[in-house]
Design a protein around this ligand. Sequence first.
Ligand code: 6PG
Length: 253
Amino acid sequence: MRDVLAFATADDVADAAAFLFVNLAAQGVRDRGAFYVALAGGTTPLSCYRLLSAPLISSRVDWEKTHVFFGDERCAPEGHPDRNDEAAAAALLRHVPIPARNVHRVPVAERDAAERYESDIRGAFSIFSPSSAKGIPRFDLVFLGMGPDGHTASLFPGHASLEEKQRLVLHIDDSPKPPPRRVTFTLPLLNAARHVALLVTGKDKAAALARVLVDDMALPAARVRPPAGTLTILADAAAVSDSRNPPAAGTSR
Ligand code: 6PG
């Protein structure tokens, strides 16, 4: 199922995304004893992460039972500001009582980082949450952003990684968005999720979003459609401005 939610501003998108996180966290813990979430990189989700770090909101999340992963990571030194885990730590993870063992960083310094991360994901899930019918771990929530070219995570248009059908995590060394070396979830892992939230704000994303909404499969973001889950696209007015018959702000389609 796909929901498209249009909001007046990027702040409204951040509010809605934080609300979704809190609700799905409560549902995951209630139904399966744990909440598995993959955070997005880039700048769009940072407002949502900062909202989640506010005590009034963060107190509603059972961080002891929350497991955080990263949908992609740039191959930069640990603690480097370019790292997606560092951005998430600064905006959220350092400000909430999540046990260090529950934050699963990508071991980018290792030559076989992608294989190690895939094993980490499979191992973390074997304890609580049943995998999908194909034995793929099912994240309760995957946050994603989207670039102006329609890339998502570190899956880029025309890249061989888009056609991967078996591996759950891949290493790429030719990202058109710097830095070139990255580790990324693949579509099989993204599409096994129970819920994917694609956060899209800004006029520079409008052309790509319009193509995603008409299922232009040349765009990686258009290929994120969890068959047994829900995709929610949360966009601001600027990002839906090129879309034919977009939902009015504050509505869904
Ligand atoms: C990354 C991200 C990437 C990001 C988009 C949007 O590591 O760069 O995972 O996929 O989500 O490029 O980036 P912005 O949110 O900064 O526009």
